[in-house]
Design a protein around this ligand. Structure first.
Ligand code: GDP
Ligand code: MN
Length: 375
């Protein structure tokens, strides 16, 4: 299974390889919003499973939100080698000084993993392989033995990079090999590994997990499969945003709020199996809806995992400019972990839906009383 760049980068980061922090968007509007949040030039990268996106016009830059909208609109109508572009990864535009290439893959003829590396990375790597194959270092690893950091540094040295880069590039080669090994990969590749003013960064990420080993990497597989959720989002005349997973639970949440004397501001059903990203997207929606004073989130973890919900909530609150009070009812799959994360972040939660709804209404009343006394 091939991984989208953004899911491959998530794994790389988890394993200690630096990448830029990006956001995934599905529409020109979201791209515009991301650009305004970055407040800097950005790169918009088509998320498709085929390579060579740069040459096919799938990687573009934007200086400001207006341009981001235009560029995203173009990219989201693009087809790269027969694959429709459905989402984009947006990152701060890196100032790239040099591009290296490192990859680990299966050398079937030799029945061994092969590490390939070059100091001349970037989009012309295939051309380089034809015209100057000697510029690509090739190193076979004995899969039955440990691959040592000094071997990785030796590869970096052979690449002919400056002495100051041997150790940091060696470290990344070593980590990439370990990713290849740990995740049962066919390919793990970074092209370009970019030298920037922030150090060495994996500016692109390629990862393919052997299909027969996917059962060992269910988590990664599910995250890679995530699709844009079509949220059922209805704006209502009140001031308490109601978010739930599943229409029934969301409606019940609305009833509870009404029962305790509150007024719902939204009906937002995030559906089943919501990921960290979709939780964040849903919260961003309500946080940007100005009548909302309090968010009441009512989530019962089934396929949706409580820890993913917590991570999405934390990410959304961190990136939101607006301060909104939240009450979360979070139970179900992985609830201990989810509740621990919320506790750490200082976000209140309840186990009981009634308690949570009551709290949300009380909180909203307090806020309104406060506002009234300030006027
Ligand atoms: P690919 O063509 O599918 O391999 O896509 P990449 O992610 O490798 O991007 C293609 C090229 O775009 C890279 O080799 C870089 O030269 C350029 N590029 C990608 N991201 C950035 C960035 O953040 N800053 C700059 N300056 N160039 C970038
Ligand atoms: Mn690339």
């Amino acid at each position: 299974m091939k991984f989208f760049e953004h899911s491959a980068k998530r794994i790389f980061r988890k394993e200690g390889i630096k990448t830029l922090q990006g956001v995934v968007v599905y529409s020109p509007e979201e791209a515009m919003q991301a650009s305004s949040e970055f407040g800097k030039p950005i790169v918009l990268k088509s998320q498709v499973l085929t390579g060579g996106r740069g040459k096919a016009g799938g990687i573009k830059f934007a200086e400001n939100p207006g341009e981001a909208f235009e560029v995203a609109d173009t990219l989201l109508n693009l087809e790269i080698k027969g694959e429709k572009v459905k989402h984009l990864l947006i990152e701060e535009k890196a100032d790239i000084q040099r591009e290296f290439f490192i990859s680990v893959s299966n050398d079937r003829a030799n029945k061994r993993p092969i590490i390939m590396a070059s100091a001349e990375g970037g989009m012309e790597i295939e051309e380089l392989a034809k015209t100057s194959p000697e510029k690509i270092i090739r190193y076979h690893v004995n899969p039955l033995k440990e691959f040592f950091p000094y071997e990785a540094r030796e590869i970096a040295r052979k690449m002919g990079v400056g002495s100051d880069l041997i150790s940091p590039i060696g470290d990344i080669i070593w980590k990439l090999y370990n990713i290849y090994d740990k995740y049962d990969c066919e390919v793990a590749e970074i092209n370009p590994l970019a030298l920037t003013d922030q150090g060495l960064i994996a500016a692109d990420a390629k990862l393919e997990i052997e299909n027969d080993a996917l059962f060992r990497h269910k988590d990664e597989m599910e995250r890679n499969n995530f699709k844009k959720k079509d949220f059922a989002f209805v704006k209502l005349p009140g001031d308490i945003a109601v978010i739930g997973n599943g229409a029934g639970l969301t409606l019940t949440g609305m009833d509870m709020i009404t029962l305790y004397g509150g007024k719902p501001a939204t009906f937002l059903d995030i559906g089943g199996g919501a990921s960290e990203e979709s939780i964040k997207m849903a919260l961003d929606l309500v946080l940007n809806y100005s009548p909302v004073k309090v968010v009441f989130m009512n989530v019962l973890g089934g396929i949706t995992r409580a820890d993913d919900v917590a991570k999405g909530v934390i990410a959304a609150l961190e990136s939101s400019k607006r301060k909104v009070h939240m009450v979360i009812r979070l139970t179900g799959t992985n609830e201990e972990e989810g509740q621990r994360l919320l506790e750490e972040a200082g976000i209140p939660f309840e186990i009981s839906m009634e308690e949570a709804a009551k709290k949300a209404v009380e909180l909203c009343e307090e806020l309104k009383a406060q506002e009234a006394s300030e006027e």
